[in-house]
Design a protein around this ligand. Structure first.
Ligand SMILES: [Zn+2]
Ligand SMILES: [Zn+2]
Ligand SMILES: [Zn+2]
Length: 363
């Protein structure tokens, strides 16, 4: 598909997120309503070692004590340490301070930093696929350990902020893990809505979305003129497909270049990630990030793992929830329209974005 064809068909429609219908996206490709980040991409610090960096090899005594080191002896490949500035900690607050409409929940939690790689400025698509597999299996181990350590932990969120536009404050590559005493609203909404879909249809909505991406095709005509309004082809939303994972461009993408990675086989809990799963995930993740990096000329992003929370009753949600990774590249800033309406705005159609990502040649 050429650039001309990509911009030829303007779309202006509101798309409903199939999993969370309350979350809608205005796809408006004809005009750029949205301020773009015009500044050139933040210069990337590609140095492999920085003498003053507390996360670099040789400076281990400058971080809080390690919670886990992988491998446990010899040169480390990954280190997990306490976050010096935790968003939640195990210090007790006064639980009796709630009054009137000002309700609070005791801020118990854990906040850990995963030093992704010994090389200071390496980007994820430059890491070996087996290293990325090790990163995901290490995050799985930490998630399992955090749930096991305290029964008041309801949700564990694994995420990464990369680049200043995505909120990263330390340039050495790292991810974060936060264990929370509450289930965040975004996850709760996915769990609740996918359970409702399952009750109605007997199916997992995420499995249905994967099946649709792999097999559905249709042509929609304008009733009066007979003009083709939309053509959906098989595989149109697929960015990568491995033996165990698939990377998909959501039909109702909130962010222009958002991509989600899901296990092909139904699984609700990231804690059940197997060794073979981690290997294929490392491969699909690296290839997806390489595509984003090429198309965007350097990508700043957040990614996070949504997995079944451990709240009362969640066990019954095993058949209806399906864990996944959401990758959200930061290419624009939210406007008053978005903050005021709660509607996301996207000026590139997800179909065109998927086509461009697929066209990248990957080494
Ligand atoms: Zn460093
Ligand atoms: Zn499923
Ligand atoms: Zn999600």
């Amino acid at each position: 598909m050429t650039e001309g064809e990509i911009t030829a068909k303007a779309i202006r429609e509101i798309r409903i997120n199939p999993v969370v219908p309350g979350e809608s996206v205005l796809i408006a490709t004809a005009r750029s309503l949205r301020p773009k980040k015009e500044e050139p991409p933040a210069p990337h610090d590609a140095r492999s070692h920085v003498e003053t960096c507390p996360f670099c090899r040789g400076n281990e005594d400058r971080t809080p004590p390690a919670i886990a080191v992988v491998p446990p002896s010899g040169e480390w490949r990954l280190r997990i340490v306490e976050n010096l500035y935790p968003v939640l900690g195990d210090d007790q607050q006064n639980p009796n301070l709630a009054f009137g409409l000002q309700q609070t929940i005791d801020g118990y939690g854990r906040h850990e930093v995963v030093i992704d790689h010994a090389s200071h400025g390496i980007r994820v698509h430059e890491m070996d696929e087996d290293h990325l597999g090790l990163l995901f299996s290490t995050c799985r181990d930490r998630m399992a350990a955090l749930y096991a350590a305290n029964p008041s932990v309801r949700a564990v969120l694994v995420f990464k902020n990369f680049g200043p536009a995505a909120g990263a404050s330390i340039s050495h590559t790292h991810s974060q893990i936060v264990a929370m005493p509450v289930v965040p609203y975004n996850i709760e909404a996915e769990v609740r809505n996918s359970a409702a879909y399952h009750e109605k249809t007997g199916r997992c909505i995420f499995c249905s979305l994967i099946d649709e991406a792999l097999s559905f095709e249709a042509t929609f005509y304008d009733r009066e003129s007979g003009i083709v309004r939309r053509k959906i082809s098989v595989g149109q939303y697929i960015i990568e497909r491995g033996s165990r994972f698939i990377a998909i461009k959501p039909f109702a993408s909130r962010f222009e270049w958002e991509v989600q990675i899901l296990p092909l086989a139904h699984e609700a809990d990231f804690v059940n990630l197997s060794v073979d799963d981690a290997a294929d995930l490392g491969r699909i993740f690296r290839r997806t990030m390489a595509r984003l990096n090429t198309v965007l000329g350097g990508v700043q992003y957040n990614f996070f793992i949504h997995s079944l929370p451990y709240s009362p009753g969640a066990e019954a949600r095993q058949p209806s929830y399906h864990w996944h990774i959401e990758i959200c590249p930061r290419t624009s800033v939210p406007t008053g329209f978005e903050l005021g309406s709660g509607l996301f705005m996207n000026t590139i159609s997800p179909e065109d974005a998927a086509a461009r990502l697929r066209s990248v040649e990957i080494a």
